[in-house]
Ligand binder design. Structure first.
Ligand code: CO8
Length: 263
């Protein structure tokens, strides 16, 4: 399945279960116009629809990347300067990614700034090329990162790092971002290693992967005791799944690779 929107391209590989969504406004360094934000949500909906179409959890992982060598240079400055306060549609794609049932990996090349970095931080994983440049330059426009950039970095790294990055507006290297925990990995070969990682996640039992995503997202909102009780509620239904039986059988027999179906 391949689908092209005005500013986004989407492909789905049914063998691997991996969807790719490419931000496609390279002349504007993939700046987030209103159209691009809508297309991201539409593109993800099209990928998610593969599950219904096939009557199973066919979509196992999504990779988001930018066309033309850059991930995204942030909100489209010419457009958002005219948007009105409280326009929540501008935040829709961030929440959509965070709540998306399949794990989402941001493959970061080139510039990843402002709303672009917030988009990447809405994803479950960030893989960055060595020469990627990340930052929150909003301060130089007299605003703050409007989709939670300071909150994201405070959580992924620490509040001091968040303040330094957001108050200076400086670009930081991929290596520095990884050191701080903002980026998961800075692979030698960004394409191959992101693909390998996506395939690894895609091969796992998808109901367990969904439960882990949900558990990690509540971890920061709950205390440890309450969070562990929440995990117990996620855990128990998984004991009844075919995938659990398949994983346990493959472990016991030790002579074949388990195949997970999402049931
Ligand atoms: N918006 C619109 N157009 C952009 C943007 C952008 N953010 N970034 C780059 N472009 C365009 C340029 O205007 C230029 O277009 P043209 O060729 O037609 O003149 C083209 O992309 C190439 O850019 P440059 O010529 O500037 O390329 P350089 O290599 O010289 O510089 C930079 C690259 C450093 C990335 C530079 O373009 C830059 O600083 N861009 C702006 C980055 C920025 O400030 N981003 C933050 C925007 S604000 C934001 O993201 C948060 C908004 C709050 C969201 C609210 C949610 C509710």
């Amino acid at each position: 399945m391949d689908e092209t929107f005005d500013t986004v391209e989407v492909t789905f590989n049914e063998e691997t279960g991996i969807g790719h969504l490419t931000l496609n406004r390279p002349d504007a360094l993939n700046a987030l116009s209103g159209q691009l934000q809508e297309d991201i949500v539409e593109g993800l909906r099209v990928l998610e629809a593969e599950n219904e179409k096939r009557g199973e959890i066919a979509l196992r992982a999504v990779v988001i990347e930018g066309a033309g060598g850059n991930f995204c240079a942030g909100a489209d400055i010419s457009e958002f300067s005219e948007s009105s306060p409280g326009d929540s549609s501008e935040r829709a794609h961030y929440n959509f990614i965070m709540d998306f049932p399949a794990p989402v990996i941001a493959k970061i090349t080139g510039y990843c700034l402002g709303g672009g970095l917030e988009t990447a931080m809405s994803c479950d994983f960030r893989f960055a090329a060595e020469d990627a440049k990340l930052g929150l330059p909003e301060v130089d426009l007299g605003i703050i990162p409007g989709a939670g950039g300071v909150q994201f970095i405070s959580e992924l790294a620490n509040p001091a790092a968040a303040k330094e990055i957001a108050m200076t507006g400086d670009h930081i290297s991929a290596a520095r971002a990884a050191e701080l925990g903002i980026v998961n990995r800075v692979p030698d070969d960004i394409d191959a290693e992101t693909q390998d990682f996506a395939e690894k996640i895609a091969s796992k039992p998808p109901l367990a992967i969904q439960a882990i995503k949900e558990s990690a997202s509540v971890a920061t909102q709950m205390g440890l005791r309450e969070g562990r009780q929440y995990d117990r509620r996620l855990f128990e239904p998984l004991l009844e799944t075919e995938d659990h039986k398949e994983g346990a059988k493959a472990f016991a027999e030790d002579d074949y690779e388990p195949e997970f179906t999402g049931r």
